[in-house]
Design a protein around this ligand. Structure first.
Ligand SMILES: O=c1ccn([C@@H]2O[C@H](COP(=O)(O)OP(=O)(O)O[C@H]3O[C@H](CO)[C@@H](O)[C@H](O)[C@H]3O)[C@@H](O)[C@H]2O)c(=O)[nH]1
Ligand SMILES: [Mn+2]
Length: 749
């Protein structure tokens, strides 16, 4: 038994991918050879040679960082059983659970309440949990749905715990299991199951009925605060929907609804602002040392998540090392073969696990358990020395500067920093204080968003917040239990995917071009150099559109002007780009096949990679430039969450993965690139090219490149002839034709 206690709670396992490494180095060698060849033959070639050289230089740099990112692929195994042998259930630390929602139209409340229900039912002592929902939409519908859900939770939570239900989001549970019971199901179970299914259906129906009405319930009676309010102009609303007074062990934990104060002209800092209000309000009510946060669409898929996370966070060694445990983002009911390339399975598998082997995963905004004191600004050395958080200052003035003027809150923050986890309360006094810390002006003049809490200044607040933690020298842990911890929705459709990618590219570049740029973290703080490379790799997504677009223009330019930008057949270097092209695609295909994906999924991801860079990331880049010039502000556009009901045999299904368009200018650049390639190919095949001089004209490689781009842009080619949402709008086509003509004329002159 003594051995039992010395077994580790988590293990780090290094995975070997020798074949991958070999291919990675061959690709690097080929890239370098190509660069050297270009340098040596500059004089014989013109401007295109220089452009190609610069593009390839950036691809090579990117490749070097990719190799570094994937150098130590590690997996963490966690052992919840060992944890439970070591500590009894009532010794486990409390956890506050946060859910954010912002718009009841784009984020249907039925999705939000399923996430909340799945959280309320996790396998963890109920009296250690509290769930806080932040509603930036200040929607009576969301509020109503939650209050109805809290009634249902009283049946649902005990049911899940009694029968050890796997998936604790009711919409999934009742759609997966259907109505077939197994022979060993007791009649009691069948009865309760039927009752709960009924109750859940009633709950969904109530919410559905309420969706149609502008005010879903009698606000004046149920909750007068909701009458006569505007979404962007209202006081703080906090409502304890359910308080777990009796401390029952299998009932639902506390559930609190929060809609922070919003006033026009007061910056609200989108999700980061919401997270900070959640942090403060929960600090006043439960002040748990750990905080789990999820987006409203990310339900719990593995009821043991808290235990898995605790395996990496508890114990004195972890306490001075690991700041947070991040679970991967995985999506449910994803479209077959990932037509929009946004399920990111391969990305998480190789890059995610690779970064996990350096300083730990980047904070991804959802599915993450944070330490409250780290969010309050603690660094690992503060905990090591056992001193009273010297770096963030514990004097009264510093506490006020850091945490604001609420005495109740500074006291609770002090407690949290000292590891004093005594539970606060939900008295009317603390609720009053909670209203104050939810006000717009509360943060003015404080360190909230700057040194404390979720960081402001980027639409990807998650990456920025995680970076500030890694800068301090903290590690993080990539927690990948089986079955997966959380499942969420990936956008389905061209416009939604593009909006999301644009926001990411914008937010990431905002960080790179600010004083928070990770280079400073590695030079002056404790960010490891290879971790800096990881951050640089992610943060520079928005910049990649420049070499990509230039490189995409080169084959067309070469064909139209009858020149070449790739080596010609007489040179031995002719085979370098061919080998690169083949090997790179074998490499990515290998990654997809090893992840269990199809060739089709690989192809979809390849081409969406090209499309996203030329459209969404380009607009992210432009957005940041406009912000830097002071012309516009960047905004957080919420992604639509589709309510994928279980009606799988819908008539539209055959069209489900088809690319959709809207009038957004985001679709102009890819359409233009497509038309440019088609024009170039037409000139070549119709023999309209100018005479080439001494065999220097464009060759098969230029034509192949151009054809390849057309294949990548196939969804747009179909879009040219599609109708409705499947067709590229005429205005977009006209603009693209205009740009194409301009390009053609410029080439000809
Ligand atoms: O003003 C806002 C805007 C958004 N949200 C919430 O933020 C979450 C993420 O928004 P979503 O539109 O789903 O964005 P995604 O691109 O899907 O989210 C990813 O990227 C975001 C950063 O861009 C992170 O915050 C998320 O955690 C991460 O899942 C959702 O729960 C929203 O309700 C707010 O609470 N307030
Ligand atoms: Mn989302």
């Amino acid at each position: 038994m003594a051995n039992q206690n010395s077994l580790p709670l988590h293990e780090r396992i290094e995975l070997r991918y020798t074949l991958h490494k070999v291919i990675e180095f061959i690709i690097l060698f080929l890239l370098l050879s190509l660069l050297v060849h270009r340098l040596l033959s500059f004089n014989d070639h013109g401007f295109t040679w220089l452009i190609a050289f610069l593009c390839e230089l950036s691809f090579t740099l990117n490749w070097v960082i990719t190799i570094s990112n994937k150098w130590n692929i590690v997996e963490y195994k966690t052992y919840p059983d060992r944890l439970l042998q070591r500590v009894s259930k009532h010794e486990l630390p409390p956890v506050d659970m946060f859910v954010t929602t912002a718009n009841s139209e784009l984020e249907p409340p039925i999705i939000t309440i399923n996430t909340v229900l799945s959280l309320l039912a996790v396998d963890y002592p109920t009296n250690k949990l509290a769930c806080y929902v932040s509603d930036d939409g200040c929607s009576p519908l969301t509020f109503y749905s939650l209050s109805e859900a809290s009634k249902f939770a009283k049946l649902w939570v005990p049911f899940c715990k009694k029968y050890n239900v796997q998936v604790r989001a009711p919409f999934r549970y009742f759609s997966n299991n259907n109505t077939t019971f197994s022979s060993n199901d007791s009649s009691e179970f069948k009865q309760e199951w039927t009752l709960l299914k009924d109750e859940y259906e009633q709950l969904s129906r109530k919410i559905e009925d309420a969706v149609g009405k502008s005010i879903p319930f009698d606000v004046s009676q149920d909750f007068p605060v909701f009458s006569n309010i505007e979404r962007n102009n209202h006081p703080t609303i906090i409502k304890v929907l359910w308080e777990n007074k009796e401390d029952v062990s299998d009932g639902p934990p506390h559930l609190i609804y929060i809609s922070r104060e919003k006033r026009p002209k007061h910056p609200h800092h989108s999700k980061a602002g919401a997270m900070n209000v959640l942090t403060r309000v929960s600090g006043l009510m439960t002040n748990a040392p750990f905080m789990l946060n999820v987006d409203c669409d990310m339900f719990v898929n593995n009821p043991n998540i808290m235990l898995h996370a605790m395996c990496t966070l508890l114990g004195s060694e972890n306490e001075t090392k690991n700041a947070f445990a991040q679970f991967p983002q995985i999506f449910y009911d994803g479209l077959k073969d990932d037509p929009f390339g946004n399920q990111m399975v391969v990305l998480w598998k190789f890059v995610g696990h690779g970064i996990a082997g350096i300083q730990g995963p980047i904070y991804a905004g959802t599915g993450c358990v944070h330490r409250r004191k780290v969010i309050y600004g603690l660094s690992p050395t503060d905990t090591k020395n056992g001193e009273r958080y010297p770096n963030i200052g514990s004097g009264k003035v510093e506490m006020l500067k850091n945490f604001g003027t609420s005495e109740e809150f500074t006291k609770s923050a002090g407690d949290a920093l000292q590891g004093n986890t005594e539970c606060v309360n939900m008295s009317s006094k603390s609720i009053e204080a909670a209203h104050r810390v939810g006000e717009c002006e509360y943060e003015y003049g404080t360190n909230w968003g700057i040194k404390v809490g979720w960081r402001y200044g980027s639409t990807t607040e998650d990456i920025l917040t995680g970076l500030s933690i890694h800068n301090k020298g903290w590690n993080s842990i990539f927690c990948t239990p089986d079955p997966p911890a959380f499942l969420g929705c990936a956008p389905t459709g061209g416009p939604d995917s593009m909006t999301q990618q644009k926001r990411w590219a914008t937010g990431l570049l905002e960080i790179l071009l600010s004083k928070n740029c990770p280079i400073f973290g590695t030079l002056f703080a404790n960010l490891q150099f290879r971790m800096f490379l990881c951050y640089f790799w992610v943060l520079s997504w928005g910049l990649r559109c420049i070499p990509e677009l230039c490189y995409a223009a080169l084959p067309a330019y070469s064909i139209i002007t009858n020149t070449h930008f790739l080596p010609k057949g007489q040179e031995p270097t002719y085979y370098i780009p061919i080998a690169l092209f083949v090997l790179y695609h074998i490499y990515t295909l290998l990654e997809h096949l090893q992840t269990g994906l199809s060739i089709r999924a690989w192809w979809n991801n390849q081409r969406m990679g090209r499309i996203t860079v030329m459209s969404a990331w380009l607009f992210g880049f432009i957005g940041v430039i406009l912000k830097l010039l002071g012309i516009t502000e960047t905004v957080f556009e919420v992604t639509r969450k589709d309510q994928s009901t279980s009606s799988d045999e819908g008539s539209e299904d055959s069209e489900a993965g088809r690319f959709t368009f809207d009038t957004s200018p985001i679709f102009v650049p890819p359409t233009t690139i497509l038309l440019v390639q088609l024009t170039a190919l037409a000139t070549a095949f119709l023999g309209l090219r100018p005479q080439d001089q001494d065999e220097l004209g464009s060759g098969p490689l230029e034509v192949i490149s151009s054809v390849w781009l057309v294949l990548c842009l196939w969804p747009f080619l179909k879009g040219l002839f599609g109708t409705g949402k499947y067709g590229i709008p005429l205005s977009t086509i006209f603009k693209s034709v205009g740009f194409t003509l301009l390009f053609y004329t410029l080439c000809r002159n």
